[in-house]
Design a protein around this ligand. Structure first.
Ligand code: SIN
Length: 526
C-alpha cells in the first residue's frame, strides 16, 4: 500500500521562521542571505519501502537482532529535524515497509510509477530499501524511470532504533540517520541530474548499473568493482568525480530508455530466472525453468561465461522452445562477449542486473536482435568521445586540426582486439561456450543483425548528415583512426557540426553505441 504524507509546508515554514528570527537577532542585515524562503528550497520526496534502515532492534547495542521495516518514514525524517528542513522541503511516500527480498517484480512496476509520480512535482526522489537487493531496486529504477531528475537509493546496515518510536532509543552507531540525511542532500543538490539512479550509502555514491553488495554485514558493503564509486559526501560537501555515460545524452531524448512502464501492465512482465554454473552442474535447473514457462534465463557461468555440458544441452533445447538466454559470469566482474542463436552476451552486467534487463527486453520486444542491441547499448553503456576528434580543437585557440591522413597500414587492433575477458570460457573440458557454437562465428558486443562492420568499408564520413558526419559510426572511430576528408567536405561538415555540437555529439554517441562498433570499449558506468 502506498500512502503519501505531506510534511512540507509546516516544517519548512517553521524552519524558515526559526532561521529568520534567529538570523535577525544575530545579524539583521544578513537575514535574506542566510534564511531561504520556503519556496526556494528544493523539494525531495522520500519513497520508503522498509529494510534495516526502518528496523527496530532488540537493544541499542544490537546490530544484528532486529525487525526490518518497522518504523514509518515520516517518524524517521522527523528525527532529522531541524537539520533536514534546512536542506530540502521533504515529503514522504510510504510505499511499503518490509524487507527488500519480499518485493515482487509487479511491485517493482508500481515502485517505478510511484517514483515517476513523485518526480512530477519534486526536484528529486530518495528511495529507501533493504540493502540485500538494493542493487536490483536501483538498476530497475535506472532502467525504467522516465525522468532525468535525481533518484537516490539508500538504506542502512544497522537498525535505526530500539524504542517504540523512531525517535526513542537510537541504536548506537546507527548508519541510517546519516545515510538518509545525505541522500536527501544529494537529491536536493541536483549534482546527479541525468545520472539515472545512484546509490548513496556510507558517504559513497555509486552508479546503479555497477554497484553491488559486497559484504553481508559491514557498513561499507557497497562496492563498484573495477570502476570504483562515482563520488562521496563529506559533511555537507558533495564530490562527484565520474559519471555514468548516459549523462552525455542529457540534452536530448536519447537519454531515455525504451522501458516506459506506462505502456505495459505489471501482469505483462514475464518470468526470467538465473542459472548458476559450477563444476559438473546438472541440466535439471534449466529444464525445470523451461517447464515452468519462463521466457528468459541468465546463466552465471564460470570465467568468461562457460557452462557445463549438461546445462549446455538443456540450454540448446530451451532455445529451440523460444527461451532467450543471457550469458554472464559468476566472477563478479569482467565481461562476457559473443553470444549466438538464442543467446545474448551480457557484457559486464552481473547476473542479477542482466536478469532485469532481459526481463524488460522480453517485455518490450519479440525481436532478439533488438534485445541484443539493448544489451550492447543500454546494458553496456560506455564513453566514446571520438566524435569530438576533428570537430573540437585539441589546443587553445579553437583551431580545428587538418584532416589526419588515411593510415596506410592494415586496419589496426581496434576491431580485432579480443574483447575484455578474452574469448568465452569454452576452453575448459566439459564446458560449453556461450552460444555453444564454433568460436569465431559470434559478433563482439552483439551487433544487431549479427554482422560485423568493417570500418574500412564504411562510406566516406563526409557523405553523412551532421551529427553522424565526422568520425561517425563505422568510420573507424572505435580503432582510434580518423577518416580522411577532402578540405571542402570537411568545411561543410565542420560548419554544421559546430552549430550542433552538443546535441549532435550526443546523438552520435548513442548511435555509435547502437551500432555496436567492433572494438568499442565497453563497461564504463551507466
Ligand atoms: C533487507 O534487505 O531488507 C534487510 C537487510 C538490510 O536492509 O540491510
Amino acid at each position: 500500500m502506498t500512502t503519501r504524507t505531506s510534511r512540507r509546508r509546516p516544517l519548512a515554514v517553521l524552519t524558515a521562521l526559526t532561521l529568520t528570527v534567529g538570523a535577525a537577532l544575530v545579524a539583521p542585515g544578513a537575514v535574506a542571505a542566510t534564511a531561504p524562503a520556503p519556496d526556494d528550497l528544493p523539494t525531495v520526496t522520500v519513497v520508503a519501502t522498509g529494510g534495516t534502515i526502518a528496523g527496530r532492534a532488540a537493544g541499542r547495542d544490537t546490530f544484528t537482532d532486529y525487525r526490518a521495516g518497522t518504523y514509518p518514514m515520516t517518524d524517521m525524517v522527523s528525527v532529522l529535524e531541524p537539520e533536514v528542513s534546512a536542506i530540502a522541503d521533504v515529503d514522504v511516500v510510504q510505499f511499503g515497509n518490509s524487507g527488500s527480498g519480499g518485493y515482487t517484480i509487479a511491485q517493482y512496476h508500481a515502485l517505478t510509477q510511484a517514483v515517476e509520480e513523485a518526480l512530477e512535482t519534486s526536484d528529486g526522489v530518495v528511495v529507501t530499501t533493504g540493502t540485500d537487493t538494493m542493487e536490483e531496486f536501483a538498476y530497475w529504477l535506472d532502467l525504467t524511470v522516465q525522468s532525468k531528475k535525481p533518484v537516490v537509493i539508500s538504506g542502512a546496515m544497522r537498525p535505526w532504533a530500539a524504542g517504540e518510536t523512531a525517535s526513542e532509543a537510537g541504536v548506537i552507531g546507527a548508519d541510517g540517520p546519516a545515510n538518509l540525511l545525505q541522500s536527501i542532500r544529494l537529491a536536493a543538490g541536483q549534482q546527479t541530474f541525468c545520472f539515472g539512479t545512484v546509490l548513496m550509502l556510507n558517504d559513497e555514491i555509486h552508479a546503479a548499473r555497477d554497484v553491488t553488495k559486497g559484504n553481508s554485514t559491514r557498513n561499507d558493503t557497497f562496492v563498484t568493482r573495477q570502476l570504483g564509486a562515482l563520488g562521496w559526501i563529506d559533511g555537507d560537501q558533495v564530490y562527484v568525480q565520474r559519471a555514468p555515460a548516459r549523462v552525455l545524452d542529457c540534452a536530448t531524448d536519447e537519454w531515455f530508455t525504451p522501458f516506459d512502464l506506462d505502456e505495459v501492465a505489471a501482469t505483462e512482465l514475464p518470468r526470467v530466472e538465473i542459472f548458476y554454473n559450477y563444476q559438473e552442474a546438472g541440466r535439471e535447473a534449466i529444464d525445470a525453468f523451461a517447464a515452468a514457462g519462463v521466457e528468459g534465463i541468465v546463466t552465471a557461468g564460470t570465467g568468461a561465461g562457460g557452462i557445463s555440458s549438461g546445462p549446455g544441452q538443456a540450454r540448446r533445447a530451451a532455445v529451440e522452445s523460444g527461451i532467450w538466454f543471457v550469458s554472464t559470469t559468476r566472477t563478479g566482474s569482467g565481461a562476457v562477449s559473443g553470444g549466438g542463436d538464442g543467446i545474448i552476451a551480457g557484457g559486464d552486467l552481473i547476473p542479477q542486473k542482466a536478469r532485469l534487463l532481459l526481463l524488460l527486453s522480453r517485455t518490450f520486444t519479440d525481436d532478439i536482435e533488438q534485445a541484443r542491441e539493448w544489451f550492447a547499448t543500454i546494458g553496456g553503456s560506455s564513453f566514446d568521445q571520438s566524435a569530438m576528434a576533428g570537430v573540437v580543437s585539441p589546443v587553445p585557440g579553437g583551431e580545428v586540426p587538418s584532416p589526419t591522413p588515411e593510415p596506410s597500414a592494415e586496419p589496426t587492433a581496434g576491431p580485432t582486439t579480443p574483447p575484455p575477458g578474452g574469448e568465452p570460457g569454452g576452453e575448459e573440458p566439459g564446458t560449453e561456450e556461450p552460444g555453444g557454437e564454433e568460436p569465431g562465428t559470434e559478433v563482439p558486443g552483439g551487433v544487431p543483425g549479427g554482422e560485423e562492420t568493417d570500418p574500412a568499408s564504411e562510406p566516406d564520413a563526409g557523405e553523412e548528415a551532421p551529427g553522424g558526419a565526422v568520425g561517425g559510426p563505422g568510420s573507424g572511430s572505435g580503432s582510434g583512426g580518423l577518416p580522411a576528408l577532402g578540405a571542402e567536405t570537411r568545411g561543410i561538415v565542420l560548419a554544421a557540426a559546430l552549430a550542433l555540437l552538443v546535441g549532435a555529439a550526443a546523438v552520435h554517441q548513442r548511435r555509435t553505441r547502437s551500432l555496436g562498433v567492433p572494438g568499442m570499449p565497453r563497461g564504463l558506468g551507466r
